[in-house]
Design a protein around this ligand. Sequence first.
Ligand SMILES: Nc1nc2c(ncn2[C@@H]2O[C@H](COP(=O)(O)OP(=O)(O)O[C@H]3O[C@H](CO)[C@@H](O)[C@H](O)[C@@H]3O)[C@@H](O)[C@H]2O)c(=O)[nH]1
Length: 290
Amino acid sequence: MTDSTNLIRLIQEVQPDEIYNLAAQSHVHVSFETPEYTANADALGPLRILEALRILGLVGKTRFYQASTSELYGAVRETPQTENTPFYPRSPYAVAKLYGYWITVNYREAYGIYACNGILFNHESPLRGETFVTRKITRAVAAIQNGVQDRLFLGNLDAKRDWGHARDYVEGMWLMMQQDKAQDYVLATGETRSVRNFVECAFAEVGRTIVWEGHGQEERGIDKASGKVLVMVDPRYFRPTEVELLLGDATKARREMGWAPKTTFDELVREMVAHDLATFEADRVPASRL
Ligand SMILES: Nc1nc2c(ncn2[C@@H]2O[C@H](COP(=O)(O)OP(=O)(O)O[C@H]3O[C@H](CO)[C@@H](O)[C@H](O)[C@@H]3O)[C@@H](O)[C@H]2O)c(=O)[nH]1
């Protein structure tokens, strides 16, 4: 995404009908440490693809999808968030994505290219990177259950997200690219949960009840049955500016494309925990081979 000549060469060779730009430095916390690279990949990246389409004369042939994000809403101006909610980005990642959003709109309006933004709320699966909060939690549950980790350290337990399953969202992305006219759409479940609640649901999958004690940085998540501290707060995971609450309204996607999420929150958590448990169990060396 940071190399125009290779992007042009690749697009010329492939002559694609559709390009889904999911490439990015996509970790919000990391973007505070690497803001310049994040801007290069996440803001100028989509511009480079759009320019490649213009240079190669593919504006009438190739459709373009830009992975926009609910992070654009940041310090939210209204709840729930729709396609018409004003943006207020709260991280170098979100500011870079703001450019990506508007350059996509601009190339659609200026050159008539079929270019659309999917404003996707958090979408998760067992394929999620291990440093994003959902997967970090489900892996820790599996590791603790297998006796290879004592506890889980997290940042802001109060943050609320609208978490859906990536499988459903990919279908929505594809639908956006099959319409008569390119437009921007929110994809979301319409439910919001705190990080704390995700922790409770993930541990419940292995039969553990988490009881919370203390406040702020002193808060602890304790296993009700054993009394062991399983969750602690580590301020290293706090962000300089946080997005406290995201809750999306996908009415437009439902009305115009017939899109609706199929996987419930509980099913998502169950699938992620089951996958991580299976991975840890498969990695365990049987006692007979020790
Ligand atoms: N990563 C992480 N997040 C934590 C932790 N503890 C608490 N959190 C909180 O959990 C929330 C979710 O964090 P992430 O899972 O890292 O995702 P995100 O910041 O919401 O961003 C993801 O979703 C966006 C869509 O809204 C995407 O645009 C972005 O690329 C990424 O996939 C944030 O409020 C974060 O502060 C922790 O230990 N690690």
